[in-house]
Design a protein around this ligand. Structure first.
Ligand code: COA
Length: 269
């Protein structure tokens, strides 16, 4: 059984840091340290962990550390943010990191952590969450848009600058901004597994399934870069025209396609 709950104590925060390093392979200059996790949880952010009760049971009796750092198999880190709306400051959540240990992936844990982030934010009256994601990561786009119902209306070129992330493949850190209207009828329907309202799709932007191999191989990285640059241009043009990513589809070969159209009144802030 996997329990999702806020992390407690320094040892569990440190376990998040270690899982971060394991996931992204960051060098020390890119790692978000334990102190920053501590700050996030103490200023209205969230540090949620997923804990495997089997690992916990095996370790029972020899627990020397506080909490259950050895049982942490995933975490989600959120920072509080402020936007000015109609001249007034409004709080929202910025989800900065979501990581699931490799053997625990594709079992719905990432989805559960996002739902828990949403639940906790709504309990505090926060109705908007954002995060950035790499448009070349097909799986993440599928989860964010198709499974969670986030929309996208902006593109950040090389958002973080040079990154040592092993997932980045040395490419510029281009990011899309996912906007999640936590309490919107659309998001609620999608989370309940109901079909999203049909819409007119005016533009499609595809990422080939082979992008993962291309990013990982030095010989093929140029092909990944070409896709990134071409899609960057398409996204920028579409967003300038007022379109938004409102859907995501996968074909049988694993290619992912962003579907862009007009955003409905119940879908955006
Ligand atoms: C992204 C990540 C957090 C997702 O966690 P997860 O627990 O594996 O996600 P879930 O199982 O909840 O959902 C993933 C979905 O993508 C699907 N999927 C898996 N591989 C896929 C692929 N290559 N292409 C498209 N979809 C894919 C899964 O089947 C699942 O869909 P389903 O709900 O229909 O079964 C995890 O893969 C991870 O830690 N990745 C590395 C770090 C990262 O990229 N973090 C996010 C950015 S901060």
């Amino acid at each position: 059984m996997i329990e999702i709950r806020p992390c407690h104590g320094f040892a569990e925060l440190e376990a998040c840091v270690q899982l971060q390093i394991e996931t992204w392979g960051y060098d020390p200059s890119d790692v978000i340290p334990r102190k920053a996790f501590r700050v996030a949880e103490s200023i209205g952010g969230q540090v949620l962990g997923a804990f495997d009760s089997e690992i916990e049971a095996q370790a029972a009796g020899k627990k020397l550390e506080e909490g259950s750092p050895h049982a942490l198999v995933a975490f989600a880190l959120c920072l509080p943010g402020v936007k000015i709306k109609n001249g007034k400051p409004v709080a929202y959540m910025h989800s900065h990191m979501l990581a699931v240990k490799a053997p625990y992936r594709n079992r719905g844990l990432g989805n559960r952590l996002k739902r828990e982030q949403r639940k906790e934010a709504l309990l505090r009256g926060i109705t908007h969450m954002e995060w950035t994601f790499d448009p070349l990561e097909i799986k993440n786009a599928f989860l964010n848009i198709h499974r969670l119902g986030a929309i996208v209306r902006s593109y950040r070129v090389d958002f973080y600058g040079l990154s040592s992330s092993q997932l980045q493949g040395g490419l510029p850190t281009d990011r899309l901004v996912a906007e999640w209207e936590l309490d919107s009828p659309r998001v609620k329907a999608i989370l309940e597994g109901l079909p999203a309202a049909s819409r007119v799709i005016e533009e499609r932007i595809t990422v080939p399934a082979s992008i993962y191999q291309w990013k990982a191989s030095e010989a093929d990285r140029g092909r990944a870069l070409a896709v990134q640059l071409e899609n960057r241009r398409k996204f920028q043009q579409a967003f300038l025209q007022g379109l938004a990513v409102v859907g995501y589809s996968l074909d049988a070969a694993g290619n992912g396609t962003f579907e862009l159209g007009q955003v409905g009144a119940d879908e955006a802030d």
